[in-house]
Design a binder for this molecule. Structure first.
Ligand SMILES: [Zn+2]
Length: 131
């Protein structure tokens, strides 16, 4: 997808590719709704041998990204309902926001991990982060 963006972090995030070489896949499967494997990563890039988990506990920081994404999803759902429908009861907003966040959680999980990983790695910068 969008090969002209190769070399930019958005390419790695959108395509779930290794942040260093942008070639190897990060996740085992491509389908985020394969709920048995949506969180399984390959550990090491198949193309450049970059170790994805830089240190133990590295991905705890991705929870902050995930929290921000969940808030953005919730606000988006609320705004869409507020603009499109007249005077919905409060419980409709609450239930639809919860359902929306839960339904998008596998995608949010993957995007937040890719954003977090790309904050600490860069295209062609393997030697700095893999000592
Ligand atoms: Zn790689």
């Amino acid at each position: 997808m969008l090969d002209s963006l190769k070399g930019l972090k958005i390419y790695s995030i959108a395509n779930r590719k290794c942040p260093v070489c942008h070639e190897g896949n990060y996740f085992v499967g491509n389908n985020p709704y394969d709920l048995k494997n949506f969180d399984k990563d390959k550990g090491v890039c198949s193309q450049c041998n970059h170790k994805f988990e830089i240190e133990s506990g590295f991905y705890y920081g991705a929870m902050y990204i995930s929290y921000g994404l969940s808030v953005a999803i919730g606000v988006s759902i609320f705004m869409a309902e507020y603009v499109l429908f007249d005077a919905l009861p409060l419980w409709v907003y609450i239930i639809s926001i919860i359902v929306g966040i839960v339904m998008l959680m596998p995608v949010s999980f993957r995007v937040s991990r890719m954003i977090w990983m790309n904050m600490f790695s860069g295209y062609g910068k393997k030697e700095i982060f893999n000592k």
